[in-house]
Design a binder for this molecule. Structure first.
Ligand code: ATP
Ligand code: ZN
Length: 296
């Protein structure tokens, strides 16, 4: 691959990951010249261009050097990695916190489930034969893998399989097909994928900057700024009740001797329970604000 001075990132053109992928890149400050129906979008704010492709094509495009980074489900990346020999030319760089789902085994509702050994010699329909084979190997079970290209959930009713191994998020599709989830093969979400090594030209710096910004965006998504007033005597108790985060800033309140104002960035989710517990400990005037940007 010849040296390039522009980074290329591939995302899903249309599907479950498209909107969230575009949103993530926008939050990282990337803007592209609009070309909705085209494969290629020119990056305007930075030398980072976008390729809009089928999700299944992302790992191969990274391996071939057509793009440097990609956003794809871990399920797709891991499946193709298992099929790519001992040293795949692509790898997961970051989990992105959207597109959550799991690759699961499901059996007809009326079937019993007595653990992995119970499906020995049965037929399992899937579009993920490598991940399934790997799971079966790890559980020392021999079964027959029926590889399908789609509509896996109807295989048991059609009589072409006894068990299925398919992606599940809410479980509604399984329920609609009278199937019961019995084991998880892989926990998945959208991930940032890249080559086995970073390119050693201009693109390395761009990729690192983009990953730093992605880390910031992910961090910001759950982070909240908490502000409250409390008696100085309750400070320790309240600080202990705060979710994980940076050490709080304590400030005096004009005209008050006993009370202080506290401000803290919480990097773990803050719930109503946290607020009620802090109120009981003496906190007043609690405010929880979203964090817009963060750069450590
Ligand atoms: P393409 O046309 O790009 O090949 P596709 O039909 O293969 O699209 P989608 O159905 O859009 O792909 O799913 C993309 C990814 O979304 C999946 O690989 C998976 O990582 C994630 N995902 C999240 N929830 C689900 C779900 N309930 N079912 C399927 N995929 C899901
Ligand atoms: Zn696909």
């Amino acid at each position: 691959m010849s040296a390039r001075d522009r980074l290329r990132i591939a995302i899903q053109k249309s599907g479950r990951l498209s909107d969230a992928s575009q949103d993530l890149l926008a939050r990282c400050g990337l803007t592209f010249r609009r070309s909705r129906d085209k494969l290629f979008c020119f990056g305007e704010s930075l030398p980072v261009d976008l390729l809009l492709v089928r999700d299944d094509d992302v790992p191969g495009m990274i391996a071939d050097g057509v793009c440097d980074l990609g956003i794809v489900g871990r399920n797709v990346l891991a499946e193709q990695a298992l099929g790519a020999g001992p040293e795949p030319a692509f790898r997961e760089l970051r989990a992105l916190g959207f597109g959550q789902c799991r690759l699961s085994l499901a059996v007809p509702q009326e079937s019993t489930w007595e653990g992995p050994a119970g499906i020995a010699s049965q037929r399992i329909a899937t579009t993920y034969p490598n991940l399934l084979a790997d799971w079966l190997r790890r559980h020392e079970v021999e079964a027959k893998i029926v590889t399908l290209s789609g509509s896996v959930e109807i295989a048991p009713r059609l009589g072409t399989a006894d068990v299925i191994c398919d992606l599940v998020s809410s479980g509604a599709t399984l329920a609609a097909n009278q199937l019961r989830e019995v084991a998880t093969v892989l926990e998945s979400e959208a991930v940032l994928a890249g080559g086995a090594a970073l390119p050693n030209d201009e693109r390395a710096g761009l990729a690192q900057m983009l990953m730093r910004r992605i880390d910031g965006v992910i961090q910001v998504r759950v982070s909240k700024l908490v502000m409250l007033h409390a008696p100085r005597a309750a400070l320790d108790a309240i600080t202990r009740l705060l979710p994980q985060g940076q050490p709080p800033t304590i400030m005096p309140i004009e005209g008050s001797v006993d009370d202080i104002a506290l401000q803290a960035v919480c990097t773990d989710a803050i719930t109503w329970q946290h607020l009620e517990d802090m109120k009981r400990a003496g906190a007043r005037q609690m405010l929880v604000l979203p964090v817009e940007q963060m750069l450590a």
